[in-house]
Design a protein around this ligand. Structure first.
Ligand code: IMP
Ligand code: MG
Length: 178
């Protein structure tokens, strides 16, 4: 489907300020520990890269890749693990870092998957939360922004693989590009 990034929903400055707050909250909550951040590819890569630099603790970083979307803007409801962690998380304090929660299916699958590996603790940090679209209950520990039910792109989030490189978060406008 054609379209393009339109109205700015969250500016780069607002993102930076909020990410810093999240990093400080994590530092406070995990004082004396060395958490491992698990970024969910590909959408969370920009967020994870910024977030890790705001956490003044010994943190490590790993990634997993899951996909629940085809090329459109509606969830298929099917979650597939396409790349796994490179290290064990047994006994570790794990923080899943995700770009956005929509229906909640992706994150609830990930939570269940990681929980079977016996981490010491398992928390969830998400940049954007579309609460109105939730179909599966998930407990989120750190939320950047609650957003309305609109498809957004930028700051890691894509439509059909594009627009991840925008510095801000924009509402995706469907229709033919001019
Ligand atoms: P859920 O499984 O329905 O919660 O979908 C979560 C996944 O769908 C996210 O990890 C994103 O990859 C994708 N997604 C959901 N909403 C949006 C959006 O507005 N823009 C871009 N990707 C989205
Ligand atoms: Mg994603």
């Amino acid at each position: 489907m054609e379209g393009r990034p339109g109205r700015i929903l969250i500016s780069h400055d607002e993102i930076t300020a909020r990410v810093t707050e999240l990093g400080e909250a994590i530092r406070h909550d995990y004082a004396g520990r060395a958490p491992v951040l698990v970024g969910v590819l590909k959408g969370a890569v920009i967020f994870a890269a910024d977030l890790i630099r705001t956490i003044r603790l010994p943190v490590s970083l790993d990634f997993m890749s899951v996909s629940s979307y085809g090329s459109g803007t509606r969830s298929s409801g099917v979650v597939r693990l396409s790349a796994d962690l490179s290290t064990s998380i047994e006994g570790r304090d794990v923080i899943i870092v995700e770009d956005i929660i929509d229906t909640g299916r992706t994150i609830s699958y990930l939570r269940r998957n990681l929980a079977t590996r016996h981490p010491r603790s398992l928390a969830l940090c998400v940049l954007l939360d579309k609460v109105a679209r939730r179909e599966v209950d998930v407990a989120v520990d750190y939320i950047g922004f609650v957003i309305p039910d609109e498809f957004v792109v930028g700051y890691g989030l894509d439509h059909d693989g594009l627009h991840r490189n925008l510095r801000h978060i924009a509402v995706f406008e469907h229709g033919r590009a001019p």
